[in-house]
Design a protein around this ligand. Structure first.
Ligand SMILES: Cc1cc2nc3c(=O)[nH]c(=O)nc-3n(C[C@H](O)[C@H](O)[C@H](O)COP(=O)(O)O)c2cc1C
Length: 464
């Protein structure tokens, strides 16, 4: 009990250090996992937190793509997913990182930036705007480092965000060719009300191998009163945990953000020292499997960790893998089974849920999971067949679309009664299938799956 009490007290102190008086995430005296395209997905963020990072940034996500996403609570994985119209999960997050994850977006449009910030606001700790990435995917359309030459746009975006969301707003910049211009830009940025500025101490044209300009970061830290997060020290000086403090001191900044050093070995955040790569990769894989990370992404991150070892037998195995199962088969199967049990339990719960009348429509909270039905036996098809057998008119579907996230909801009419799912779907087809499921459930039909899960059919009044 004493040990538990001590742990709880230390957790409280830790959380208090990370929050301001107003309960918002503080960027003062922190270490952060930098935003990194492809690397900064959920498994890497959770691992960095485990090892001691205070704050974790997600990879840059482009506003146009995010604005098309639907927010979906994934009850099987216990995550919140932002899902694109093509079903790709653009951003996956979970409770564990809710108070520490910063959502970084690529944007050049204040209104769109706000739309996206509002979409993710309740699930993240802060919103960041990327103003430092010189890569083409980021600079096209005036985003990333392209913003550095348009301070009016920077100001418009940040003011809009600061005024429009209830979470801290930050930005990440590179330094400008003259120190004077850099200082005047950051002073302008500070006036917008941002909570912190991350400064990558390199010029736009400089490559990661070039030495970091700590003197510029120091000058910025002296010029503003908000926390400055020093970035760019991965190659030299930061290789170990002790180097983080040295970089902080050398740059005169309040905080430090690491990209490559953490990508190569996220245990760099660990105060007790680096862990062997095998251990880190093992832990990474567990998160990747637990959170159903895309296998290509898992492979990419493991290859970054392996670095010059990608050609070793271990590296070749990683490179050859096509699915998460191939990385760690036993654990994968165990997790799959746990997820299936959860899926079944959720389905049983909703099977026993009672329909609720919404006006003249019978509604239930039902989602259509495509993988649960083979293409030849969908709920819609079964309902059509059933209506024919009962000599009823063909079911008719009426569709509505919600403006904020363009999600769909369908109402099906069968024998003059209306049925609808109270949940919104990302496609018209799914919305109709969900409405058909509600109707079938009210009629007493349930989905039954064969032992090997190869066959699905509908049975009256029987559960699995
Ligand atoms: C693989 C990779 C992806 C990156 N993606 C982003 C990104 O999405 N957003 C961003 O602001 N910077 C991005 N960066 C830049 C880093 O955040 C960081 O500014 C840079 O690597 C310098 O820090 P370091 O010396 O600690 O590596 C990326 C860097 C790497 C290596």
């Amino acid at each position: 009990l004493l040990i538990r009490g001590t742990q709880e007290i230390s957790d409280c102190f830790y959380l208090a250090r990370l929050t301001t008086m107003s309960g918002r995430l503080s960027f003062s005296n922190i270490t952060a996992l930098a935003p990194m395209v492809r690397v900064g997905t959920l498994p890497m963020r959770l691992l960095a937190l485990d090892y001691g990072a205070d704050v974790v940034y997600c990879e840059e996500l482009i506003d146009i793509k995010m604005a098309q996403c639907q927010r979906v609570v994934n009850e099987v994985l216990d995550t919140v997913d932002f899902v694109a119209p093509d079903d790709r999960v653009m951003f996956r997050t979970c409770e564990r990182e809710k108070d520490r994850v910063v959502f970084q977006m690529g944007t050049a449009d204040p209104d769109r930036a706000l739309t996206v910030a509002k979409l993710v606001e309740q699930d993240v700790a802060a919103i960041d705007v990327n103003m430092g990435c010189p890569k083409e995917y980021s600079t096209k359309g005036g985003m990333g480092a392209a913003l550095l030459s348009d301070p009016d746009k920077i100001e418009a975006i940040l003011r809009k965000l600061v005024g429009g969301v209830n979470k801290p707003v930050t930005c990440k910049i590179r330094i400008l060719p003259s120190l004077e211009d850099t200082i005047s830009l950051v002073k302008r940025i500070e006036k917008t009300g941002v909570a912190a500025i991350a400064v990558h101490g390199r010029f736009k044209e400089e490559r990661p191998r070039h030495p970091v300009h700590c003197d510029y970061i120091q000058a910025v830290a002296n010029a503003v009163s908000i926390p400055v997060i020093a970035n760019g020290g991965s190659l030299d000086p930061v290789k170990t945990y002790a180097n983080i403090e040295e970089f902080r001191k050398a740059s005169g900044a309040s905080s430090v953000m690491l990209a490559r050093a953490a990508m190569w070995n996220p245990s760099v955040f660990r105060s007790k020292g680096l862990l062997p790569l095998e251990t880190v990769m093992e832990e990474y894989l567990k998160y990747a499997i637990r959170y159903d990370n895309h296998a290509f992404n898992t492979k990419y991150c493991l290859c970054q960790m392996l670095r010059d070892k990608v050609e070793t037998p271990q590296g070749k195995l990683v490179q050859a893998a096509q699915t998460n199962a191939e990385f760690r088969c036993e654990y994968f199967q165990q997790v799959q089974e746990e997820h299936q049990v959860k899926r079944d339990a959720l389905q049983t719960n909703s099977l026993h849920g009672r329909p609720i009348m919404d006006g003249d429509v019978l509604t239930m909270a039902v989602k259509f999971e495509r993988r649960e039905y083979p293409p030849q036996i969908t709920p819609k098809m079964f309902l059509l067949e059933w209506s024919r057998k009962e000599k009823l008119e063909q079911p008719t579907y009426e569709m509505v679309q919600r403006t904020q996230d363009r999600a769909f909801q369908s109402t099906v009419t069968v024998a003059e009664k209306k049925y609808r799912s109270s949940l919104w779907e990302k496609s018209k087809k799914f919305a109709e299938q969900a409405a058909a499921i509600v109707c079938l459930r009210v009629l007493g039909y349930q989905r039954v799956v064969s032992a090997k899960r190869t066959l699905v059919w509908f049975v009256k009044g029987r559960g699995r």
